[in-house]
Design a protein around this ligand. Structure first.
Ligand code: G3I
Length: 357
């Protein structure tokens, strides 16, 4: 049956189709909540700000909070009756330089950094209280081998939170978040959950936090997938099989935690393979076969999500349509087509695969 994304009454719209399973979300940015408003209002009932609620966006200068960009997205979502996930309070990336500095060329003390973390969490969560129902409190604290992300890593990869405070920064962040908004659902969010060592490391960490009485309510699975797993045994995506993700869902939910898919997309590129300018995908080389393959991959993951609907309380895509995705934001010119709607905002075979069963 032909359908158009603008058909407000279309019973096959995504969020309506999934109403008895879980909310369907999309990451939006300062532009896309307007440029993609028709798709958003038709197919999604939850939003996450892609960058606008990150530390450097909200507190670029110490003590001076800038909520305007995030508030515009929140106001849109509230007016459209959509849920809002907050992303992300404590992360190793996208932080302002002052945060880890003592102001005279050295590193901030542990005590001061804890105070800064508390102040940020408290100010931000109180600001959005009653509107943002769930927060990614700590993002990406674990490594692929199941050890903590520490300060002994390359720039861009290392965690200065861990370096300065130690692993207790995680528990302290959740405690501060619960104090700031006792009604908010508090999530630990991370990627590569399909890697057995990493999923076990996350499980052990969460189990330890819960045993100490730390208020953690759920786990976010980022779910940045590829059209097929890697065949390279040393590549992270070698483990990118549905059965491995299922193990993560089982493990985390066995702790009594909710699970949310927080950043879903399916890239056309296969990790471990080499691409260059001539093999980068374009609208012309994104063939029907490849569209069908991507659709089948989406379908198998949604089969899994539906099977675990009693523990999965949300599925959010990391974007809305293929004309605006972080995967294409490369100066290399490498375009990707990872979402359910194409560059013209029309539904792709992947969309049909997800709503058509
Ligand atoms: O805002 C500036 C703009 O002023 C400047 O002109 C432009 C030039 O490069 O950069 C803009 O900032 C970019 C920002 O996105 C907003 O577009 C940053 O360079 C860019 O690094 C940043 O990328 C974001 C990335 O997180 C940063 O790590 C992506 O949009 C965002 O999708 C991505 O999201 C992350 C999640 O938060 C956590 N999980 C992984 C996920 C994908 O990497």
């Amino acid at each position: 049956m032909p359908h158009s994304p603008g058909d407000l009454g279309d019973p096959r719209n995504l969020a309506e189709k999934y109403a008895s399973y879980f909310p369907i979300g999309a990451a939006v940015d300062s532009q896309s909540y307007m440029t993609h408003a028709a798709l958003l209002k038709t197919h999604f009932n939850s939003v996450t700000a892609e960058n606008e609620m990150k530390f450097e966006s909200l507190q670029r200068t110490e003590g001076s909070f800038s909520y305007d960009a995030a508030d515009r997205i929140v106001n849109f979502a509230v007016a459209s009756g959509m849920k809002i996930r907050g992303h992300a309070l404590v992360w190793h990336s996208q932080n302002p330089a002052w945060l880890f500095s003592n102001g005279s060329g050295g590193t901030v003390s542990k005590q001061t950094l804890l105070a800064r973390m508390n102040s940020h969490i408290s100010n931000v969560m109180r600001h959005f209280r009653g509107k943002v129902y769930a927060w990614d409190v700590v993002n990406e604290a674990m490594m692929e081998d199941g050890t903590y992300r520490t300060g002994n890593l390359a720039e861009g990869q290392k965690s200065r939170w861990h370096e300065i405070i130690g692993e207790s920064y995680i528990a302290e962040a959740f405690k501060a978040a619960h104090a700031a908004d006792p009604d908010a659902k508090l999530f630990y969010n991370d990627f590569y959950n399909y890697i057995p060592a990493k999923q076990q490391g996350i499980y052990n960490m969460l189990k330890g936090l819960l045993a100490q009485g730390v208020p953690v309510h759920g786990v976010g699975l980022q779910a940045h997938f590829n059209v097929e797993p890697s065949t390279v045994t040393t590549n992270q995506a070698y483990y990118q099989h549905v059965a491995n993700l299922e193990e993560a869902i089982k493990l985390y939910s066995s702790l009594g935690l909710e699970v949310q898919v927080t950043e879903l997309d399916i890239s056309l590129y296969i990790p471990g393979m080499t691409y260059n300018q001539s093999t980068f995908y374009t609208a012309a080389t994104f063939t029907d076969d490849l569209k069908a393959k991507q659709a089948a991959r989406y379908r198998e993951f949604f089969e899994l999500f539906r099977e675990y609907r009693t523990v999965i309380t949300g599925v959010t895509f990391w974007g809305i349509a293929d004309d605006n995705t972080w995967l294409s934001e490369f100066s290399s010119g490498r375009k990707d087509f990872p979402l359910l709607f194409d560059v013209n905002h029309d539904p792709k075979p992947a969309y049909d695969a997800v709503v058509g069963f």
